[in-house]
Design a protein around this ligand. Structure first.
Ligand code: GAR
Length: 194
């Protein structure tokens, strides 16, 4: 049976991307084929080079160019997309093309602390400023709005009074690194063949 092929979209250091690469290395039915970033300086590009994974750097105008993106994703025969810290908004044609086959991870309990600009430490600062007693990780399908797609999974964690945004970020990332590979695999395994 044909392997399922993943593309990761990411803008940052790539700690989640690294875990995904490790998890799916030598996997019998799933492989990471392509890493797409909007920044040539992003850590994920170095990860792609180090792991011999094809990569592509795009800007907003390429991302919103239907024929460009469709050819790129078709060229690598991509079945499933994971957004692992990607800053740009997905255009409607990609949302439709990868309906139920494109997920995002967010470092808080959506629908709280999501939306445009809610990225990295901003998210954890927002949790602390709101005085929330708990935060966590959300994995959700991607739709046309930032962080608004159908929620698939959440894991909670208690916020300590002494937590700073940096401390919370570390605790949340520990959860992310465990649950993102796990859920990516689970969702792909549940996909019917088409
Ligand atoms: C992750 O914590 C992810 O949840 C977050 O960006 C970080 C990327 O870290 N995504 C968002 O905030 C999306 N709104 P990484 O580059 O080390 O994987």
């Amino acid at each position: 049976m044909k392997k399922r092929r993943i593309a990761i979209f990411a803008s940052g250091d790539g700690t989640n991307t690294e875990k995904l690469i490790k998890h799916f290395k030598n996997h019998s039915s799933i492989s990471i084929e392509l890493i797409i970033s909007n920044s040539s300086k992003a850590g994920v590009i170095k990860l792609a080079q180090k792991n011999d994974i094809q990569y592509s750097v795009i800007n907003k105008s390429l991302l919103t160019n239907n024929s460009y993106m469709t050819s790129l994703l078709n060229l690598y025969d991509i079945d499933f997309i994971v957004l692992a810290g990607f800053l740009l908004l997905m255009p409607p044609f990609l949302v439709k093309m990868y309906d139920q086959r494109m997920i995002n991870i967010h470092p808080a309990l959506l629908p709280k602390h999501g939306g445009k600009g809610m990225y990295g430490l901003n998210v954890h600062q927002s949790v602390i400023s709101a005085g929330d007693l708990e935060t966590g990780v959300t994995i959700h399908y991607v739709n046309e709005s930032f962080d608004k797609g159908k929620i698939i999974f959440q894991e909670k964690l208690k916020v300590d009074r002494r937590d700073t945004a940096e401390k919370l970020s570390k605790k949340v990332q520990e959860i992310e690194h465990r649950v993102l590979p796990e859920w990516t695999e689970k969702l792909i395994s549940q996909m019917s063949y088409y």
